[in-house]
Design a protein around this ligand. Structure first.
Ligand SMILES: C[S@@+](CC[C@H](N)C(=O)[O-])C[C@H]1O[C@@H](n2cnc3c(N)ncnc32)[C@H](O)[C@@H]1O
Length: 327
């Protein structure tokens, strides 16, 4: 998975072959239209207010693809929240030069706001990612056995071996959360992705190209996306053990509805396009239930009001099966 997606020349993402949207391989919240970024911009504004408007506030984005989300957020804030816009810095963590180049083209109007980083550094503010975790390499471990990739003639095949007990199937995502926690000085981590929590989690791979599911990760290597749904409980549990507080967990339908209901400045145009975007993002049969949102905080007063996105959400501990896991 690491090689298929991230080999420096041939990887699906690193080669720049990854195409998102109608003409690409799959849709994301960002490719639906600017509404997703506008709604998140409203949520980031609440966070800035909640942290008492720091002037070193950073929005960190990881997995920024072509920079569309950053552009949607910054355009929206420039129009609707000039004070916050003036104070904020936007960092993009992007290891691949080709993607950096695309991002810098999209973000040309905001050249002074954006800084690119190879890796995360200490910051105050919010770390945001949409569909980053599902694209992190996983190991296929089941009942003490791990599937490795071998070669049979001119074909790749799975080879089963005993698994290393010290390695988790989602080791990369767990290391990512530990690193993000270590660099967050004060603020939030907001992660949007598709996945399951508790016993509902299943570790199946999804392989997609041109909006079609493929049967095997050995098909169209470097031309197809390979993902696994996020095991939300293990991410939240690792975050808690590293000192974070879970500030909310809910599905995208509830999250975005909460933001819309609380937004004072969000003037959604009433056009057929916006209606379509809203439906796609919110409808439970479209992206509304398939995607979930996890918010984690560090050095934020636990008595601070809930973020608008979690206004309609139930308690996160039960939804994330955190109570069971800590036993
Ligand atoms: C499924 S795409 C999502 C793109 C975009 N966020 C969206 O929603 O349209 C996943 C992205 O995460 C990026 N990615 C994966 N691991 C990364 C890492 N460690 N640091 C930064 N980006 C990473 C990939 O290069 C790819 O651009």
């Amino acid at each position: 998975m690491q090689q298929a997606l991230y080999h420096p020349e041939r990887g699906y993402y690193s080669s720049g072959r990854c195409a998102i949207g109608r003409k690409g391989d799959y849709f994301t919240n960002v490719s639906v239209g600017p509404l997703f970024g506008q709604l998140l911009a409203a949520q980031f504004t609440d966070i800035w207010e909640q942290l008492a408007r720091p002037d070193d506030f950073v929005i960190v984005e990881q997995g920024a693809h072509d920079g569309r989300f950053a552009c949607d957020v910054l355009e929206s804030l420039q129009k609707r929240g000039p004070e916050f816009f003036g104070a904020l810095h936007y960092w993009i963590i992007e290891p691949f030069p080709l993607l950096r180049e695309r991002q810098s083209q999209t973000l040309e109007p905001f050249r002074d706001k954006i800084e690119w980083r190879d890796s995360l550094q200490p910051f105050v503010g919010v770390h945001f990612c949409n569909e980053l975790l599902d694209a992190m390499p996983v190991r296929l471990i089941n009942n003490g056995t791990e599937k490795f990739v071998g070669v049979d003639g001119d074909k790749f095949v799975f080879v089963e071996r005993p698994a290393d007990e010290n390695v988790k199937f989602n080791q990369s995502a767990l290391e990512w959360i530990a690193d993000t926690v270590a660099n967050l000085q004060r603020g939030y981590i907001i992660t949007v992705d598709y996945g399951r929590s508790g016993a509902e989690f299943h570790g199946n791979l999804q392989i997609r190209a041109r909006h079609r599911g493929l049967d095997s990760p050995f098909e169209q290597i470097g031309y197809a996306d390979i993902t696994m749904g996020v095991d939300w409980s293990s991410i939240a549990h690792r975050a808690q053990s590293n000192g974070l507080r879970v500030a909310g967990f809910t599905d995208q339908h509830h999250f975005l509805t909460g933001i819309i209901s609380e937004s004072r400045d969000l003037m959604l145009e009433s056009s057929a396009k916006i209606k379509r975007e809203l439906q796609t993002l919110l409808h439970p049969e479209m992206l509304g239930r398939a995607f979930q949102v996890l918010a984690l905080t560090k050095n934020v007063d636990p008595a601070a009001p809930k973020l608008a996105g979690f206004k309609f959400a139930g308690g996160p501990d039960a939804a994330l099966a955190l109570i069971d896991q800590s036993r």
